[in-house]
Design a protein around this ligand. Structure first.
Ligand code: ARG
Ligand code: ZN
Length: 471
């Protein structure tokens, strides 16, 4: 779903009204209006060209085959979307790779490429409101992208395969799509790898089969709930997997973990603790939002950061410790189920997941959140900018977003008391389950639950430039 496109739907309605009144001439195509190209970006404050306008994706069916020896990925992306304007052409984001061809509703579409913008021009215009299916076939050695903060994402080669991680923009290195967090969709990810290797992705493993000649294995992963593309993952290699079931309230959720064999033994005890941690989280944050859970643990060096990939977060071995696990699992509620409407709202992910760690330490490690709050307050790095106003993409994953983001929640808690605070904490992901939301949506929501004005908290802790004299 694309929250921004809904705004434009209003403009489309105006055009229709004008047409009905005979104010403008008819256009080409099957008797419909003359379409125009969808926007090449959604004007995200951090990444203006990220995402695309004019349509809203509901489903991605990715069919991939990877050969670790050559590093080559062959892919076919089938994208089901709905036009939010009369479209003559529309863009997809794709970084690297070679496009072999594209279709829209089965008919060949013209393809044009400029940098990371792929433009598809269907034979016929697509009327506003109409559902369509675009397919893109592509090939090549996918890229590793270096972020402005120096970390690596996109497609990362490992000793025996590869991993794909994409926060904030890396997913366009392995499949074309509407790569802005505001356009969420369900996914089917089908991956073929040489026999002996495995492919682990998001959601539920719906089938795993050897080819007739025994040379390859194909796995099909199904992620039913809407997912932002930065949360899609794929890990190819050798894995020790283990499965169990978590009883979370009334839900029984399958838990599948996969660990590189060299780190399987030392990660086993903590992997086994996932059901317990999720149970504590669902008591505090509300019902677990997804049909599957788990974790992927890779070797150090295979990837540089842990990521809350939907349903199944991924970790380099040295980050696979209790606090980070609690953090990435907390993101399933904060970030994955309710997703920031734009990248400047990233504190809604990181502030909440960090506060989740503080609450966990309070409940299990005798460390009151107040202690972590004071520690964060004393950290000068946390005051570089206000958490709700990162100024560049380098800022996205830095101390003010995590530490001061968590401080904002602690200030709310101090002001409204535990009962109301926990109501806000669990009510927020429930209100925006599977959707997207802005910082302003949150501040309004918190005030409505609290029944009081919290502008002092917002002014100083969320938006303020100055560090207060005392915590
Ligand atoms: N969201 C990840 C976490 O749980 C961090 C992602 C960092 N990404 C980056 N490009 N630096 O904290
Ligand atoms: Zn995080």
């Amino acid at each position: 779903m694309n929250t921004r496109s809904r705004v434009r739907a209003g403009a489309v309605a105006v055009v229709f009204a004008l047409l009905a009144a005979g104010c403008t001439g008819g256009g080409a195509g099957g008797g419909g209006v003359q379409g125009t190209p969808g926007a090449a970006g959604l004007r995200d404050p951090m990444f203006p060209k990220l995402g695309n306008g004019g349509y809203d994706v509901s489903h991605y069916a990715l069919t991939l085959s990877y050969d670790p020896a050559s590093g080559r990925l062959d892919g076919r992306a089938e994208i089901t979307a709905r036009a939010t304007q009369d479209l003559s052409a529309f863009n997809l984001d794709l970084d690297g790779l070679t496009v072999r061809g594209a279709t829209v509703d089965g008919a060949p579409a013209a393809v044009n490429r400029a940098g990371n913008e792929l433009t598809l021009r269907p034979r016929d215009d697509i009327d506003a409101g109409k559902r369509f299916v675009a397919t893109v076939t592509y090939t090549g050695v996918p890229k590793t992208i270096t972020d402005s903060d120096g970390s690596e994402e996109g497609w990362l080669k490992t000793a025996d395969g590869a991993v794909a991680v994409g926060e904030p923009t890396g997913s366009m290195a392995w499949f074309p799509g509407n790569h802005h967090p505001s356009d969420k969709a369900s996914y089917d990810i089908t991956v073929t790898v040489p026999a002996g290797l495995q492919a682990v992705s998001n959601g539920v493993l719906s089938s795993e089969r050897k080819s007739a000649d025994g040379r390859t294995t194909t796995s099909v992963w199904h992620a039913a709930e809407p997912m932002a593309s930065y949360l899609a993952t794929l890990a190819i290699g050798h894995f020790d997997t283990s499965t169990t079931t978590a009883t979370l309230g009334r839900a029984k959720v399958p838990v599948l973990t996969a660990a590189d064999p060299s780190v399987a033994a030392k990660s086993a005890a903590l992997r086994a603790k996932i059901p317990e941690i999720l149970d504590w989280e669902q008591q505090n944050f509300g019902p677990y939002p997804f049909a599957a859970a788990g974790a992927i643990v890779e070797r150090d060096g295979d990837l540089g950061y842990a990521l809350e990939t939907q349903g199944r977060p991924i970790f380099p071995a040295s980050s696979f410790e209790e606090g980070t696990l609690v953090h990435e699992l907390a993101h399933q509620w904060y970030g994955d189920s309710v997703t920031p409407a734009s990248w400047k709202d990233i504190w809604l992910n990181e502030g909440f997941a960090t506060y989740g760690e503080w609450l966990y330490e309070e409940d299990f490690q005798h460390t009151p959140a107040q202690k972590n709050f004071e520690k964060a307050f004393a950290n000068d790095d946390a005051w570089a900018f206000p958490p709700a106003a990162p100024t560049s993409s380098e800022d996205l994953f830095s101390a003010p977003v995590y530490q001061r983001g968590a401080m904002v929640l602690h200030k709310i808690r101090q002001k409204v008391g535990d009962d109301v605070f926990y109501e806000i904490l669990s009510g927020w992901p429930a209100k925006h389950r599977y959707g997207t939301a802005t910082t302003e949506d949150f501040t309004k929501y918190a005030e409505s639950v609290a029944g009081e004005d919290l502008s002092d908290v917002w002014k100083v802790w969320l938006y303020g430039d100055e560090k207060p004299d005392k915590p």
